[in-house]
Design a protein around this ligand. Structure first.
Ligand code: MGD
Ligand code: MGD
Ligand code: SF4
Ligand code: MO
Length: 695
């Protein structure tokens, strides 16, 4: 007999609701949860490949303790008790000798992050960090500097937009199913999409207007758009009068940024820039400038992201259908909040974070997430103190932090490296202990509160029993906490205990959630009432074009415009990104997905390739100040002549990942570790590289 289990996909971080059909403890079929609006059964290729991950014998299958030198591949199989005792004994020794702050926990934010944060608070370390700064830290800071809310509290109303502008937000490949479905339905009703990218992506191919911008010059484009909007009075005067602080300062600042000047910087004709400003004004306020995740990741990124959000404010397209909205949570919908283990009382932790997040190095970055790009430097310099151990949970520092050689050198100095993962990733391969997590179809996780215009709750439920000797992450953390005397902060034995704790005081039950995998908490979308007041959380209560967050920390609100570092003779700017069938560095070894895209290529413009004697498909060496790699060239007209591009996440060197090993090149090996210190993100597209033909 078959049964349907409603759950959440985890082939990428978007966590689409799914329906899993199971028979005799085997997964027969996975599809999008048909009950969830916007999903309606849809799944992407990665989501479908979940079955291949479940059956994959190359994923981690049991705990392991290293027996040979780091990275030698010499391991012994261990029981869970032995592996957990080993880790706990080492951690205890480190705490006694060096203090708990010398232990770091790095993880990709996930549904159980409130549990791992509680673990770190329970053992007395301030050093829990997430991937967030590597992904969208500068977007986070830009939003906080303007509205007092962070980026996770803001969304785009794709379904009702009349015109959306995206700056390297390659939505149709770096995908989110619900957003794509909603945008396609809006486009079916006539909505326009303007897409700006030095590279012709799938999103570009679907756009109404596409501009091949010179890399790193989007800020000049936006200042020119603002110039036209202000000069021609195209903005929403009432919204701006009521809600914006600093219009006159902006007006004075953008006055010299004419479209003609932007044309020189960006290569986009001045007349087209003016035309876009006018077109958007006609459709306002149902227009959206997408603030992006990544894209132009340069050292001035926070100012680019601010300029995008400011354009929305000028158009009045904030908290209105078709524009940006602030996400509403359970409380707004009339329910209590989900319980979080990290929100308990813990003994006070003295001393700074290891990464200078929210203080010395990154004064206004969000310390709730930290700044992982500081890892190598903090370890090697022993400042502000020596670090001794790193536990990486669903996090791959050697692929996701620029300058992998420096990270590798630094990690080797630590006394203890622990990987909690489902795959033998680069970090796990050089770790001391590997603790394998059950994959998402084999486990339940903490309940997810999905805030938005229509807040929901979603649940990941176990569909089948674990195929191997693995455990859910929440149980691994709990059993480590028990061994270190911090178990009292995690008083649960089963996933049901966690769910019941989370739902206490909400008025909702686990059974309601389990029935269809989600609960919608409102019928209608909730917008704040623009007439009666928008509750911005800045000191002025307004959208701060002149920002107290920036200026109090010594950063100007409107710094003089400077070009990104000019290219040195014969160099290209290295741009990186994603494709539709892989998730960062974690799916390259999946049997199905590997078959679809097995290695990355270096996109290079035809004219540049001809100059260098490079032909399509030939091997090239690409080199930067940090390293060199071999990769095949993809010669194309579809990229700006000053740029080259490669997919992120390839160049795996772990022999037991046989399908992915030695395929393509790793961007992290080539990238320089430079940051936008105001915003908090590493500037992933700043690095210059040289390219030469190899054969
Ligand atoms: N399939 C898939 N989907 C995903 C993910 C995944 O791994 N796989 N990951 C998810 C995550 S965590 C994230 S952060 C998002 C990322 O979502 P996006 O930021 O939309 O995705 P990227 O692929 O990083 O695309 C970056 C684009 O920016 C362009 N770019 C580079 N420099 C410039 C510039 O100077 N100006 C402009 N305008 N563009 C520039 C690049 O050419 C590239 O096409 O995707 C999410 N969705
Ligand atoms: N060089 C470079 N660096 C980047 C980027 C880039 O484009 N280039 N992109 C940045 C962005 S946008 C992001 S979001 C980050 C992503 O950085 P990461 O979060 O480090 O990357 P992922 O590959 O998504 O996942 C990391 C690990 O999670 C494991 N994993 C997957 N599912 C599970 C699970 O259920 N449980 C456990 N325990 N582990 C699991 C995978 O096997 C993988 O080893 O990288 C950032 N850093
Ligand atoms: S976008 Fe695809 S891989 Fe990501 S959660 Fe949704 S179905 Fe899964
Ligand atoms: Mo990301």
């Amino acid at each position: 007999m078959t049964r349907d289990v409603y759950s959440l996909c985890f082939m990428c971080t978007i966590r689409c609701p799914i329906k899993v059909t199971v028979e005799n403890d085997e997964v027969l079929w996975i599809e999008g949860n048909p009950h969830v609006p916007g999903i309606e059964g849809a799944l992407c290729a990665k989501g479908s490949a979940g079955v291949a991950l479940l059956q994959d014998h190359e994923r981690l299958r049991h705990p392991m303790i290293r027996t040979g030198p780091r990275g030698s591949g010499q391991w012994r199989r261990a029981s869970w008790d032995e592996a957990l005792d080993f880790v706990a004994d080492r951690l205890r020794g480190i705490i006694e000798r060096h203090g708990a702050h010398s232990i770091l926990w790095g993880e990709r934010t996930n549904l159980n992050t409130h549990i791992s944060k509680a673990f770190m608070k329970g053992i007395g370390s301030p050093n829990h960090f997430t991937h967030d700064a590597l992904c969208k830290g500068s977007v986070n800071t830009a939003f906080r500097s303007l509205t007092g809310y962070d980026d996770t509290q803001v969304g785009v109303d794709y379904a009702n937009t009349k015109h959306i502008v995206m700056y390297g937000r390659n939505l149709f490949e770096a995908l989110e199913i619900k957003a794509i479905n909603n945008l396609l339905s809006a486009m079916g009703k006539g909505a326009k999409l303007t897409y700006i990218d030095p590279r012709v992506t799938v999103t570009a191919s679907k756009a109404t207007r596409y501009w091949m911008i010179r890399p790193g010059t989007d800020l000049a484009l936006n200042y020119a758009l603002m110039h036209v909007i202000l000069e021609e009075g195209l903005f929403d005067a009432e919204f701006v009068r009521r809600w914006v602080l600093g219009l006159e300062e902006l007006r004075a600042f953008v006055e010299p940024f004419t479209p003609a000047r932007a044309e020189e910087e960006t290569g986009i004709p001045a007349a087209e820039i003016t035309a876009l400003a006018r077109e958007l004004a006609e459709d306002k306020p149902a227009v959206a400038f997408h603030y992006g995740y990544r894209g132009a990741h340069h050292t001035n990124e926070v100012y680019l992201r601010r300029s995008i959000i400011m354009l929305n404010a000028l158009m009045g397209s904030i908290e209105t259908p078709g524009g940006l909205f602030f996400k509403k949570g359970m409380k707004t919908a009339g329910y209590g909040e989900l319980g979080k283990y990290a929100a308990q009382e813990f003994p006070k932790i003295a001393g700074p974070r290891f990464d200078g997040s929210g203080s010395t190095r990154f004064p206004i970055a969000d310390p709730a997430h930290g700044n992982p790009q500081a890892l190598a430097q903090a370890i090697l310099s022993e400042q502000p103190y020596p670090i001794k151990a790193l536990i990486a949970n669903r996090f791959e520092p050697l692929q996701s932090i620029p300058d992998a050689s420096a990270t590798r050198e630094a990690l080797d100095k630590l006394d203890l490296l622990v990987s909690i993962d489902i795959n033998m990733n680069e970090f796990a391969w050089c770790a001391d202990v590997v603790l394998p997590e059950s994959m998402y179809l084999e486990r339940g996780d903490s309940i997810q509160a999905v805030s938005g215009l229509k807040p929901q709750l979603c649940i990941r439920q176990q569909a089948v029993t674990p195929r191997h000797d693995t455990k859910p992450g929440w149980l691994i953390v709990k059993q480590l906490a028990d061994r270190l005397g911090a178990g009292k902060y995690l008083p649960f034995e089963t996933i049901e205990d966690i769910w019941n704790f989370q739902l206490q005081g909400t008025g909702l039950t686990v059974e309601e959630l389990q029935a269809r995998g989600f609960i919608s908490l409102t019928e209608k979308p909730i917008f704040w009432d623009r007439a009666n007041g928008l509750p911005f959380k800045t000191p002025s209560g307004k959208i701060e074009f002149v920002s107290s967050l920036l200026e109090n920390a010594g950063f100007p609100s409107f710094p003089a415009y400077a070009r990104v570092e000019p290219l040195s003779e014969g160099s290209f700017r290295l741009l990186v990104g994603r494709c539709a069938v892989h998730t960062h560095g974690s799916t390259q070894n999946n049997p199905y997905l590997n078959e679809l895209v097995s290695e990355n290529e270096l996109w290079i413009n035809s004219s540049a390739a001809a100059r260098l004697g490079i032909t399509d498909g030939c091997p090239v060496e690409v080199s930067s100040s940090r390293g060199a790699a071999t990769i095949r060239a993809k010669v194309t007209e579809f990229i700006h002549p000053e740029a080259v591009f490669m997919l992120h996440g390839f160049g795996n060197t772990v022999p037991v990942q046989t399908r992915a090993c030695m395929k393509g090149a790793s961007d992290a090996l080539l990238q320089e570790n430079v940051s936008d210190f105001a915003g908090g993100s590493p500037a992933l597209d700043e690095t210059q590289v040289r390219v030469k033909r190899l054969d």
